[in-house]
Design a binder for this molecule. Sequence first.
Ligand SMILES: C[S@@+](CC[C@H](N)C(=O)[O-])C[C@H]1O[C@@H](n2cnc3c(N)ncnc32)[C@H](O)[C@@H]1O
Length: 254
Amino acid sequence: MKTINAQAPSKSLGTPVSTADGSLTMIHPEHGETYHTQAGAMAEARLLYVESSGLAALWQEGPQRIAVLDVGLGLGLNAVATLTAWNEASNPGPLVIHSLEINRELVAALASGAAPWQERWPAGITHFCLQLRLESPQLYSAKVAHQSAEATATWHIHIHDAATTEIPPAPDLSGYTHVWQDPFSPEKNPPLWQAAWFSRVRATAASSCVLMTYSVAGPVRRALAAAGWSWKKIPALLPGKREWLTATPSAAAT
Ligand SMILES: C[S@@+](CC[C@H](N)C(=O)[O-])C[C@H]1O[C@@H](n2cnc3c(N)ncnc32)[C@H](O)[C@@H]1O
C-alpha cells in the first residue's frame, strides 16, 4: 500500500494517513495494510456500503427496520457513514448496528472523539461516537436520537474475536438486513473470509439481507457460494478498483 501524506504515528494504533477525499485512515502498525482505500476512506464507507447496498435509497422511501452487522469496526467509518445517512433521511425508522472489533484500544480511541483519524471529522459525526458508553468489558453502546424524526439508532460495539465468538443476534427474529463485510484482506485475515465464517453470518441474516464487501477475489466468491450466498460483482465507484461485491442469501440455502 502507498503511504502518501503520512502524519505522526500513534504507537499502538498505527500511523494516520490522508486519503484522496481528505479523510484520514491509519496504517496498521504490524502488517502495514491501510484500514481503507487511498482513493477516499469516508467516500468508500458511503459509496460502497451505504449507497451501493441500496440502504440510503431505502431510507428515502420511508421508515424501515434496519439491522446492520458491521464486521471489522476498525476506525468506525462504515458505522458513522451509516448513522449519518440514517440521520439525514427525513423519516428512516429504527436502526440497530452491531459492530465487531478485536482491538480494544481502537474502540476506546473512537469513543473518546479524539482519535487521530477523527481530527477532520465534522462535529456531527464525532457526536455519534461521543454517545458510546462502556456497558461491560466487552461492550460499548450508544443511543442516538434522530435529528428531526421520532426515531432512535442503537449502536453496539462488541470487543471480541469474531472468528471464535458467537455473532450477536439481530434485534428481531428475521435477522440482519445488511452486512458490512470489511475485515483486512483475505491474505492478512483469512478466518473472516472463509466459508465457515460466511455460514455463521448467513445464519444470522434476513432472507433479503444485503452483504457488501470490497473484495472480489475468487476464493471469497467461492467461500460465499459454499456458505449459501449468491454474489454479484458491481462497478466500483472509486478509482483504484474496477469492481466491488454484493451478496444475498441464496433462495435454495436453508
Ligand atoms: C479494514 S479494518 C475495518 C475498517 C472499518 N470497517 C472502518 O469503517 O473504519 C478491519 C478491522 O477488523 C478488525 N478485526 C480483524 N480481525 C478481527 C476479528 N477476528 N474479530 C473482530 N475484529 C477483527 C481489525 O482490528 C480492524 O480494525
